[in-house]
Design a protein around this ligand. Structure first.
Ligand SMILES: O=C(O)c1cc(C(=O)O)c2c(n1)C(=O)C(=O)c1cc(C(=O)O)[nH]c1-2
Length: 259
């Protein structure tokens, strides 16, 4: 089967008639899903990286993304809880440390707060998550539930969007530094650090699903987990676009000060 000419993919799943007969076909299909559905393609990202947003809109993005970032270690604790196998738990554990840090060493969540603080947001307000969009909360919670309720294989597979994150982070670092005078290298340190972390994590997850999805049904479930996750990311940007570009801010959500 040629993944690039794949037909029958719906918004939620690959077609029932698609049978993936090998690990190589699985990987080709996963890469096709990333190339056609990753949130790098979303119009909100084009605006963000192209310097087309004002400071309030960038604040709204960073504030909402904080909820995603700060939930990732909770999600990863759920993933770990799905495994009896000690080796898999050990391998996954560093992801929690990457985000939470350790006693005396900074983690990704603190680096994200540098970004929100550098953008002029009050840290206590960001951490309270009071101002986030309802859709951000629903989408991020859905990701945690997914990892709790689906198979351990699908829980790992749902992290595979990270295969496609480094290109996006490169584009974001250079685009935002070039276009916004309120952005500097220090507050972008979160993304610089992820450039090293994400390929290692994604590489493990890809090898894992290639080795452990041994039937066409399991390979389809891996693809559907990745489709689910691309949707988790996509709807968050849809909600930002609707609220902060088209101007329909839901009641109670963050309202940027006029700049
Ligand atoms: O900036 C981004 O677009 C982006 C995307 C993703 C992703 O693809 O899920 C992650 C991250 N960043 C990220 O920083 C991160 O730590 C991360 C963890 C995970 C995950 O699913 O376990 N995804 C992502």
């Amino acid at each position: 089967m040629n993944a690039a000419s794949m037909t029958g993919m719906t918004a939620l799943s690959i077609g029932k008639d698609i049978r993936l007969n090998s690990a190589e076909e699985l990987e080709a299909t996963l890469r096709h899903i990333g190339a056609t559905r990753y949130h790098s393609l979303h119009p909100f990202h084009k605006l963000l990286h192209g310097g087309k947003l004002n400071k309030g809109q960038v604040q709204a993005w960073a504030l909402n993304r904080y909820y995603y970032q700060s939930t990732i270690p909770i999600k990863d604790a759920v993933v770990i809880s799905r495994f009896r196998d000690r080796a898999t738990r050990l391998e996954w554990r560093h992801r929690i440390e990457d985000h939470d840090g350790d006693i005396g060493s900074e983690g990704g969540i603190e680096r994200w707060l540098k970004l929100t603080e550098g953008l002029g947001l009050d840290t206590a307000y960001v951490e309270s998550t009071e101002g986030i969009l309802p859709a951000t909360r629903f989408a991020v919670e859905a990701y945690v539930h997914y990892c709790r309720e689906k198979s351990p294989l699908e829980a790992i597979a749902s992290s595979l969007t990270e295969l496609f994150a480094p290109n996006l982070h490169e584009e974001r670092i250079s685009g935002m530094l070039e276009h916004y005078d309120f952005v500097n290298p220090d507050i972008m340190s979160y993304f610089k650090r992820r450039l090293a972390q994400a390929p290692r994590d994604a590489g493990f997850a890809l090898d894992y699903v290639k080795a452990h999805a041994t039937t066409p049904e399991q390979r389809a479930s891996v693809c559907n987990a990745l489709i689910f996750k691309t949707n988790v990311l996509w709807v968050q940007l849809d909600a930002l676009q609707h609220a902060y570009v088209e101007g329909h801010i839901p009641p109670g959500a963050f309202a940027p000060k006029a700049s």
